[in-house]
Design a protein. Structure first.
Length: 235
């Protein structure tokens, strides 16, 4: 008992990944970054000059695509590995950001990554964030959260994130990139970004990071308590 799946969906730049990481840490759960998996797939296609619109290229790319997560013992942070190499920094670059939504619309790529995500979440005790976690990957998740924030706030957060990595990007460019990703993510045929009816919506525009983490941790604890209570009543 006490192990559930927490599915966090929402728009680009809402702070889903950093929030999900902190929530997992507080609950003692495993964090799975689905966005990093799509970014790693994007990097793989870019590095190998493969086109996502060419079926042969897609098949070839998926044959040699191996994504895993390993805990960095020095930082205590899970990092993304692509075919055995640490790509945590590379996958956050602007060229990858500009291509990731395009890669994520390809049915075969989504199918492969969703299968990998489902395997990773089988044992429960997992926090996963993305755009179709509550709707497609874990429709049976015990807790579903939908994060949102206004475009201006999201753009400024993303700019700060890039700046901390040594990248200077114009706010307007980031805003255009996020708006375009919102459009593609919400309108694509395969697993579009939607808020499922049983998801709890959290608008992070005016919330501190600590506050949004605390809210989700509390929601998860409430669900766990309810499950324990239900189990003891049926003994």
């Amino acid at each position: 008992m006490g192990k559930i799946v927490v599915a966090i969906d929402g728009y680009s730049g809402c702070g889903k990944s950093s929030t999900a990481k902190a929530v997992a840490k507080d609950l003692g759960f495993t964090y799975i970054d689905s966005g990093a998996m799509y970014r790693a797939a994007t990097l793989h296609f870019l590095n190998n000059y493969l086109s996502a619109s060419n079926p042969q290229d897609v098949a070839k790319g998926l044959e040699t695509l191996d994504i895993s997560f390993h805990l960095n013992p020095d930082t205590g942070i899970q990092e993304t590995y692509l075919n055995g190499l640490n790509v945590e920094d590379e996958i956050r670059s602007m060229p990858v950001s500009q291509k990731v939504s395009e890669i994520a619309t390809v049915k075969e790529i989504r199918k492969e990554l969703v299968a990998q995500q489902k395997r990773l979440g089988k044992k429960k005790g997992v926090v996963m964030d993305g755009r179709d976690i509550g709707s497609v990957v874990f429709p049976e998740a015990e807790l579903k959260v939908f994060m949102t924030a206004d475009l201006e706030t999201r753009s400024m957060r993303r700019q700060q994130e890039l700046f901390e990595k040594g990248e200077l990007v114009e706010l307007e460019d980031i805003k255009n990139n996020l708006a375009e990703r919102d459009r593609i993510d919400s309108s694509r045929a395969e697993s579009p970004l939607i808020k499922v009816p049983d998801a709890v919506e959290i608008d992070t525009s005016n919330l501190t990071f600590e506050r949004q983490v605390a809210q989700i941790v509390q929601l998860a604890k409430d669900v766990i308590d309810k499950e324990k209570e239900h189990a003891s009543n049926h003994r």
